[in-house]
Design a protein around this ligand. Structure first.
Ligand SMILES: C[S@@+](CC[C@H](N)C(=O)[O-])C[C@H]1O[C@@H](n2cnc3c(N)ncnc32)[C@H](O)[C@@H]1O
Length: 237
């Protein structure tokens, strides 16, 4: 029987439960042909996030779609407080068991939008991170999320959004077939929504943010089809 790709809803929670409890890379699919991405490559990600967020020691970081916390842990020394949220119950259980350092470095099972809507003390946060997660949100959801940060998280002035699949370079990734535009704009696939930089910038602008794009060094395993962006508040004078 033929199955239609567009109807398959990829779930990180279901995927991660099939991996070994200590296979942190496998759980979040940070692998190349099934092999975990090496530590030097992870360090490149950490360096890019630190450069983009320009931490100071008093920063309180909120991370959306934090997964199992295996990347987040490397940021704990750079900030005073950390709150990671992810919709996957299983990945958050892994994060709590292996990486949580109470009371200042916490993980919470919650959808990103619900979290931004319901956080009781949004003003305590100063920086926001979403790494390899923004593609699982549709355009209207992305604008809603950034707008909630604009309005409620008033002390967040800098956002780092990393590892965004670049629609203008999709053919370099999909060597075996040409993806349809429907496939590239489906937030429920394993790779989520592909956006080019102009598309991303206009969504960010709608929510009150300016965008500065960057690419990882060419030695980074995913640099050929993904990019990063730092968002700053539009200066209202
Ligand atoms: C590729 S993993 C990245 C995890 C982590 N940021 C990292 O880089 O290791 C994508 C994550 O997005 C999460 N996610 C997808 N939709 C979400 C939503 N609506 N709210 C919060 N997290 C979500 C998944 O559960 C998964 O953990």
């Amino acid at each position: 029987m033929m199955t239609s790709k567009k109807n398959i809803h990829f779930s990180y929670d279901e995927h991660a439960r099939k991996c070994a409890p200590d296979d942190f890379s496998g759980q979040t699919r940070r692998t190349v042909q099934g092999v975990p991405v090496p530590a030097e490559q992870i360090q490149m990600i950490v360096d890019a996030i630190k450069l983009g967020l320009d931490f100071d020691e008093d920063d309180a970081l909120v991370e959306l779609a934090c997964g199992n916390g295996s990347l987040s842990q490397f940021l704990f020394l750079s900030c005073k407080k950390y709150q990671g949220v992810d919709v996957s119950e299983y990945l958050i259980s892994i994060a709590k068991k292996n990486f949580e350092l109470l009371p200042n470095y916490r993980f919470q099972e919650c959808g990103a939008i619900e979290y931004l809507q319901n956080e009781k003390e949004p003003q305590k946060f100063t920086k926001l991170l979403c790494y390899a997660g923004i593609q699982y949100f549709k355009d209207d959801e992305l604008v809603s999320m950034l707008s909630l940060v604009t309005e409620k998280f008033i002390n967040i002035k800098t956002i780092f959004i990393g590892s965004i699949p670049d629609k203008s370079r999709a053919e370099q990734f999909y060597k075996d077939h040409t993806p349809t535009s429907e496939e590239l704009s489906d937030s429920n696939t394993a790779l989520g929504v592909w956006r080019n930089q102009q598309e991303f910038e206009s969504l960010a602008n709608m929510a009150g943010w300016t965008a500065k794009f960057s690419n990882m060094p060419t030695s980074f395993y995913a640099s050929y089809y993904r990019y990063d962006v730092v968002l700053s508040r539009v200066n209202l004078r």
